[in-house]
Ligand binder design. Sequence first.
Ligand code: PEP
Ligand code: MG
Length: 569
Amino acid sequence: MLKGIAASSGVAIAKVYKLQQPVLEIVRKDAEPEEELKKLDAAFTKTVSDVEKIKEVASKSLKAEELAVFDAHLMMANDPELRGQIEDMIKNDRVNAEFATEQVANMMVMIFESMEDAYMRERAADIKDVTFRLKCNLCGKEIPNLATLDEPVVIVAKDLTPSDTGSLNKQFAKGFATEIGGRTSHSAIMARSLEIPAVVGVKGILEEAKDGDPVILDALDGTVILNPTPEQVAEFEKRGEEYQKEKEALKAMKDQPSVSTDGHKVLLVGNIGSPADVEGVLENGGEGVGLFRTEFLYMKSEDDFPDEDTQFAAYKQVLEGMGGRPVVIRTLDIGGDKKLKYYQFEEEMNPFLGVRAVRFCLIRKDIFRTQLRALLRASAFGKLCIMFPMIATVGEFKEAKKCYDDARAELIAEGVKVGDDVEVGCMIEIPAAAVLADQLSKFADFFSIGTNDLIQYSMAADRMSEPVSYLYQPLNPSILRLIKMTIDGAHKNGKWCGMCGEMAGDELAAPVLLGLGLDEFSMSATSILRARRMINGLSYAEMQGLAAKAVECDTEEEVSELIKNCIGK
Ligand code: PEP
Ligand code: MG
């Protein structure tokens, strides 16, 4: 049995599918051109048909604009220039096809990567992709593709990129286990929004698991059992069914308000990464959206920052979809571990401490302005709250707010309709901002606490690093004190305070957060009903007493015991 971190609840029993790119060892060999040209011809034919197949399968789950990348790949695989150059080298140098392909591909990639035009530079990645497939076909190696899965599997990988998780087909991808990552890594967040069971940070899984091995993925406890016994399979089938039954029972809470036994009301809302996630929030009884991570819109884009109209359409879709319920949209949070295909960030020693999020937007005000204009245009279609991520100082907030005010004035001057009840808030995810919350709340309309980052920065422990993941301690009194400061700071100036980090959906944390006076809890859609059942069974007055004791504890363990005793767990 291998231990990891349960990142997205559920149980999956299926076969292992290892997602690993083949390793190619290509060496130069003298060869007869005629043979090599035949091999090359067959490899090109297979490459074209592979890409066509991938596109066909992907077209069932992806939208037209997301399929464009496959068209670009097809164009390259049919490009006479690429093929002609490889053929010439085979004929002139009398070398093997694999070697000629690699030489020509490397040269082309180099030429494209050094081009001025961002669009052309981006084509280098496509050349790499297509020629890698071509080389694999020449070497007789298969490239795994998640969109083409056709039997139930548990995916085992080092990590999954956001685009891997984006192309998962839930019908066959029953769950995944990764070597690296934590509860707040982006693959984990995506798994929760897709409702796919996931266990992350499972050391040694890639070595231990063999393709096709039967496997139990217990994403309730965070374990992976390879080659289980029939008894274990029976036990976990039962556990999976019970989990599903509980999920059904929770549906009864869907249309109820979120209110404590003594009448204190809070808002339980959902975190989303794309307009398509709105449906899940509503199905799970979400009273709004507490965090729309707009960077996924930027990361999905192939060759440039998404333009104003594209963004406007996405934001409008979310606002309309939520039918007047509050929607908090976060401005671009890029940098750190989140990269763009079409933009080269400056190299930094510590990207998580570097030009990230609002810091990037305040440098690239042109990009920020486009997003703010799109958001403001969409604000006419619902109740919009905009928030800036990674604010560290009052000065940064004021500067970002000025960009917002300018964009608003600009649109009004152009005669464009904008909402008149837009709120502009501030994410609190840097300790300095939490400490100064009572000052920041003079300028911000609301706060949303991003505990994923607040904890990593408070503990100085990289959220992507497994060895220091023990320092992810949401219930540590130090973190609770920062949260208390933030909530009290907001309330001092009559503002509301929410939380959109993973802690907001943590059942054990809910009693303390309620007691500290948190007004809004934003979490994965699938956690909302369980959180409502919890909140609706608690007394606000009692939880205030609990919270007062919790902030005086020494350790996270003490807080945890205190809560368990209080709620009888
Ligand atoms: C957070 O830091 O808690 C947060 C919600 O933002 P992200 O996880 O996207 O960094
Ligand atoms: Mg964050």
